[in-house]
Ligand binder design. Structure first.
Ligand SMILES: Nc1ncnc2c1ncn2[C@@H]1O[C@H](COP(=O)(O)OP(=O)(O)OP(=O)(O)O)[C@@H](O)[C@H]1O
Length: 231
């Protein structure tokens, strides 16, 4: 479970996140919306331990996040806008490398199965990452999360810059991960995608979570209206 309890972050006295209270259960896909600077990345960074809370707590499976704490890190996988991988290695080699860092030693067949699960075409397995599209890189990023057996996936604008087909494939994959019981927190500017993929949607403004709605109870057009009224 992911929990924010009175989570607050200030940078040089400026409030980036103000008293966030949030719970995300296994199987939930929580989409966080808000204008540039609203505080979405700050939430993700606090869960990842990339930044330290000024007050309050970020908890992962009951453990309070402290920067650099390996006990919490093992539960987490991070999918940024552009997944950073070794350009000269192919996807199998990248997956093998990052799995080993996380303490897992898989056979080639097992590594291939992770890549198949995320929908990467087998003819790409042996091509260096330098030749991959953004959508393919995202898939390798998710394969790394699966290989690491992470319970929680933290995604920061993962569909930004993806074409509609790649976005659709990515969304299907995220929905499948939710059904498998993963906990997913996604910062996004894509309202349509939030309604499609999310189970819950939060709208932030100036570091405050202003609205929280169930995706099943809102359509894209009403969400857009609510969003525009909020920001
Ligand atoms: N390392 C930092 N140092 C100083 N201020 C920061 C830092 N990181 C974020 N901020 C500030 O905190 C606020 C929230 O930023 P954040 O990146 O969380 O917003 P965001 O909603 O993710 O925006 P975007 O959609 O542009 O990614 C902004 O005012 C930003 O300038």
């Amino acid at each position: 479970m992911l929990q924010a309890i009175g989570l607050t972050k200030k940078y040089q006295g400026n409030v980036a996140l103000n008293n966030l209270n949030l719970t995300i259960e296994p199987g939930e896909i929580y989409c966080l919306l808000g204008q540039n600077g609203a505080g979405k990345t700050t939430v993700i960074n606090l869960f990842l331990g990339f930044a330290e809370a000024t007050s309050g707590e970020a908890r992962v499976n009951g453990l309070v996040v402290k920067p650099g704490d390996p006990d919490v890190k093992k539960f987490l996988a991070y999918i940024p806008e552009v997944v950073m991988l070794y350009e000269k290695l192919n996807s199998l080699e990248n997956l093998d490398f990052f799995s080993k860092i996380a303490g897992f030693n898989y056979s080639t067949k097992e590594l291939q199965e992770f890549l198949i699960q995320v929908g990467l075409q087998p003819d790409a397995f042996y091509k260096p990452l330098g030749n991959y599209s953004k959508g393919m890189r995202q898939k390798v990023g998710i394969a790394i999360a699966l290989a690491k057996n992470a319970d929680v996936l933290l995604m920061d604008e993962p569909t930004s810059g993806l074409d509609p087909k790649a976005t659709n494939e990515f969304s299907d994959l995220v929905i499948r991960l939710g059904k498998q019981g993963k906990i997913i927190l996604m910062a996004t500017h894509d309202l349509f995608n939030a309604v499609n993929v999310g189970t819950k949607i939060g709208i932030m403004r100036h570091g405050i979570l202003v609205h929280e709605v169930l995706a099943s109870e809102i359509n894209a057009s009403d969400l857009q209206k609510l969003y525009l009224e909020t920001i």
